[in-house]
Design a protein around this ligand. Structure first.
Ligand SMILES: [Zn+2]
Length: 343
């Protein structure tokens, strides 16, 4: 089969479009003929190499996969050949206490497609049958691939971790990112008032189109003042963080008393400071969040099938141009998801 692989860590130039053997499936697996695979920042981290994490080489990236079921293992019952599926990006053991409790993203064996196992930058991918989710009839393969990781992540952050409520106000950083565009939509379904930031006027306009009530340009300035101004000096109940070091201080300053900062990433750096007096006197919460459970993904897909959530697609590239697609993500030129189409 054709696939984009890399044999050494490095820049986009290490990605090679080449022939590799088709994966062999086990009795509880399915083989999926990939039709689309969306990019995530994780792809860039894995390609560059993460200190202390060993990636099997040659490696195939890609956590967000949609396609058709090509083959099923002998024990697979709930999904059939030819079905249009998207794949839950997280793979867990299915056997431990956390998995049994439906918290598969807390499983100690939890990993993702394209991380410790081969992903979707390929014509075929092997998947546990349990990861297959039927694609709503109106969604294209590109839309289906653009959906799982960011909507699952944003859902777990806002609904499960931060327990966002209708009367509350939420600040969504980086509306142009896939996870930001998902967060705006989920927060609007809850009924919250959404303040969103982005790096350009064009992106602010798009953030409003997908539901943001208020928007402002972020950047190296004290934008928590904008948040105060937009909230009658109170601050927001929830800050949706994924930027990290560059925004951490201003994010904390944007919180109302008893506010929650929920974070799933640190694309600009890992160090964040906090004045502990500020944390306890204002009764703040800092919540970490990583991916989400399969049950949460089923909920999010249900809302997509009702047209309430809609993946935002920035640009579609053919699989052979994966390196070009990654450069676009790396340069933060996108609004929404960059998707690879697999012919
Ligand atoms: Zn487990």
């Amino acid at each position: 089969m054709k696939a984009v692989v890399f044999n050494q860590y490095g820049g986009p130039e290490v990605l090679r479009y080449t022939d590799v053997p088709e994966p062999q499936i086990g009795s509880r697996d399915i083989l999926v003929r990939v039709r689309a695979c969306a990019l995530n920042h994780l792809d860039l981290w894995v390609r560059k190499g993460i200190p202390g994490v060993e990636i099997p080489m040659p490696h195939i990236l890609g956590s967000d996969i949609s396609g058709e079921v090509e083959k099923i293992g002998a024990e697979v019952m709930h999904v059939g050949v030819g079905e249009r599926v998207l794949l839950a990006p997280g793979i867990s053991c299915g056997l431990c206490a956390q998995c049994a409790a439906g918290k598969d993203n807390l499983c100690r064996h939890y990993t993702l497609f394209g991380y410790k196992v081969d992903g979707g930058y390929a014509e075929y991918v092997k998947s546990p049958a349990a990861n297959a989710v039927t694609i709503p009839a109106h969604m294209s393969f590109e839309e289906a691939a653009a959906f799982p990781l960011v909507f699952l992540t944003a859902w777990h952050m806002l609904i499960t971790r931060a327990a966002l409520k209708p009367a509350e106000e939420v600040l969504v950083l980086g509306a142009g990112s896939g996870v930001g565009s998902a967060a705006i939509q989920i927060a609007k379904i809850v009924g919250a008032r959404v303040i969103a930031t982005a790096g350009s006027e064009a992106k602010l306009a798009k953030a409003k189109e997908i539901g943001a009530d208020e928007v402002f340009l972020h950047g190296p300035r004290e934008w928590s003042r904008d948040v105060r101004q937009l909230t009658n000096r109170r601050g927001v109940d929830v800050v949706f963080e994924h930027v990290g070091e560059k925004t951490w201080d201003e994010s904390l300053k944007s919180l109302a008393p008893a506010g929650r900062l929920v974070t799933c990433g640190a694309t600009t750096g890992y160090e964040g400071k906090i004045d502990i007096r500020f944390l306890f006197t204002r009764q703040l919460s800092i919540l970490g969040s990583y991916m989400g459970s399969r049950a949460e993904l089923f909920d999010a897909v249900k809302l997509a099938s009702r047209y309430l959530l809609k993946p935002v697609i920035d640009k579609v590239f053919p699989l052979s141009q994966a390196a070009e697609a990654q450069r676009r993500l790396e340069n933060r030129e996108q609004f929404g998801k960059i998707v690879l189409r697999v012919e």
